[in-house]
Design a binder for this molecule. Structure first.
Ligand SMILES: [Zn+2]
Length: 324
């Protein structure tokens, strides 16, 4: 039994205008959950107000998730107007190889991975959670037939008006998207934001052709950085992140959705170690080591070492809709 919102210290849980959603496990549907920790919203506006959220773990399947959580009608209130992924695209770093030796040693950061799809030639691509459209633009320039999907109306309008690319507002399933009509579906840091991740993955399965690939990147709550920084870890981002994946739980959800997992590994996110250290030094409990990691060269060094240990901030999975 976990504390209900009204039992928390924060008065914000009782404020009018927010619909709270007490969810069963988003993977197995059970209600046998245990409290893992409480965390605050790291955006300055809400952190200052002390609003706290609970992250629980399902005792049946091990999935961690934010619960209770703002419901689908209320979650939008928790996105700052300048939320980074919704901004207009900046020029992306090119995915040119830096040489196989350095690539093996340092790994590619998350944003560089996005140009490298496990597909020969080009085809039809759906980007779920397309944000400002920078990835869509890059793939369209390479000859891909791209479609963006995002819940943010402004982001979709930017993609349509400023980039001239196809994008639709909403989530999955979507009436404008036909089953079996994409070779690739990508989800770059979007699956952790949705209320029904398993249903989204099942719909991605239906939208793919047999043999089509689903690529997912999301935060890794088994990372070194989460152990080091705890609730100051930048990848936690409650309440916008509703599901907190590990290798095992992401694999389990993909398999439950019918996908075959081809690969699943951890990759560096370019700046999360440093961003986490910056959040940690705000705390009176801050350690000298946190201060050191706010220094860019040290944060980069830490990120490379952690990559070598296989415990980076992000998970990246490539899964296939089986051919038969
Ligand atoms: Zn479960």
């Amino acid at each position: 039994m976990i504390p209900r919102p009204q039992l928390l210290e924060s008065p914000d849980f009782t404020e009018p205008g927010i619909e709270w959603d007490d969810t069963p496990c988003p993977l197995c549907g059970d209600r046998d959950e245990e409290l893992r920790f409480e965390a605050t919203d790291p955006t300055p506006r809400d952190r200052d107000r002390g609003r706290r959220f609970l992250v629980v773990r399902c005792r049946q399947c091990g999935l961690s998730y934010t619960n209770p959580r703002p419901g689908p009608e209320s979650i939008g209130q928790f996105y700052p107007t300048d939320y980074k992924p919704h901004r207009r695209p900046r020029k992306l770093a090119q995915a040119n190889p830096r040489g196989r030796f350095w690539e093996r040693l340092l790994g590619r950061p998350c944003h560089e991975r996005r140009g490298l799809l496990p597909w020969d030639g080009v085809g039809r691509l759906l980007d779920f959670g397309c944000g400002g459209g920078s990835f869509l633009k890059r793939m369209a320039d390479q000859g891909w037939d791209v479609t963006g999907l995002d819940a943010a109306v402004g982001a979709v309008q930017n993609v349509q008006d400023q980039l001239g690319l196809r994008a639709v507002v909403g989530s999955l399933p979507h009436p404008d998207l036909r089953p079996g009509s994409f070779e690739i579906v990508t989800m770059w840091h979007s699956i952790e934001h949705v209320h029904e991740p398993l249903e989204i993955l099942r719909e991605a399965y239906r939208l793919l052709i047999p043999g089509g690939k689903l690529i997912i990147a999301c935060p890794n709550i088994e990372s070194w950085a989460f152990r080091r920084f705890g609730t100051d870890w930048f990848g936690l981002d409650v309440p916008r992140h509703l599901t907190h994946f590990t290798r095992n739980s992401l694999t389990a959800m993909l398999l439950t959705a019918g996908m075959r997992v081809e690969s699943l590994r951890t990759i560096r996110h370019s700046d999360w170690v440093r961003s986490s250290a910056k959040l940690a030094v705000r705390s009176p409990r801050a350690h000298f080591r946190d201060q050191i990691l706010t220094w860019k060269p040290m944060a980069k060094l830490a990120a490379w070492l952690v990559y070598a240990m296989g415990r980076s901030d992000c998970l990246i999975a490539v899964a296939e809709r089986p051919r038969v």
